[in-house]
Unconditional design. Structure first.
Length: 175
């Protein structure tokens, strides 16, 4: 009777190698999907235009910076109906003078949830009421700020608007 242990060991090594290759392939697919969505490949947090992730500090690939730059250009060149100015600001850049100036001069400040795309009013309810009732014409300045729901981005935005405008008008959605 021949010894079967060499065959069992050979099959075991083959199954382990195939499992390892499959697992490595899954990690590569997950990483590429995260990069395509504009997220950090290591922790899946949305990233800005910096070379490092704000949440985990991992170095970001060059392709992710190119992705964000292309999307930023597309968003900035997309026309908005009746808007004289529509600016996009990141929470990371709220401390810069240009971002604070944009928030201070905006007629409407919207927080955009990065996961769902839902917009919430942070400032400008009176402007929207006046626009709806026809008391003013269109063409107000709009600032859209992308916020991550799992981070404290919305709190930072409300604080910044409160400091610059005296108050914020954010109301949490009803459940």
């Amino acid at each position: 009777m021949p010894a079967i242990w060499p065959t069992v060991v050979l099959y075991g090594v083959g199954i382990a190698a195939a499992s390892g290759a499959l697992l490595a392939g899954l990690f590569v697919v997950r990483r590429s999907r995260r990069i395509r969505r504009g997220c950090c490949p290591a922790c899946a947090a949305p990233v800005g235009t910096t070379a490092k992730c704000a949440r985990c500090g991992a170095a970001l690939p060059e392709s992710l910076a190119l992705y964000w730059e292309a999307n930023r250009r597309r968003r900035l060149t997309t026309p908005r109906e009746n808007a004289k100015e529509c600016r996009h600001v990141s929470v990371v850049s709220l401390s810069t003078p240009r971002s604070r100036e944009a928030l201070a001069e905006a007629d409407l400040v919207l927080a955009v949830d990065l996961k769902t795309g839902r917009e919430s009013i942070v400032y400008g309810r009176d402007y929207l009421r006046a626009l709806r009732h026809g008391n003013i014409g269109g063409g107000g300045a709009i600032v859209r700020v992308e916020v991550h729901p799992e981070l404290d981005d919305l709190e930072k935005l409300c604080t910044a608007v409160g400091e610059l405008r005296g108050h914020h008008e954010y109301r949490p959605p009803r459940s």
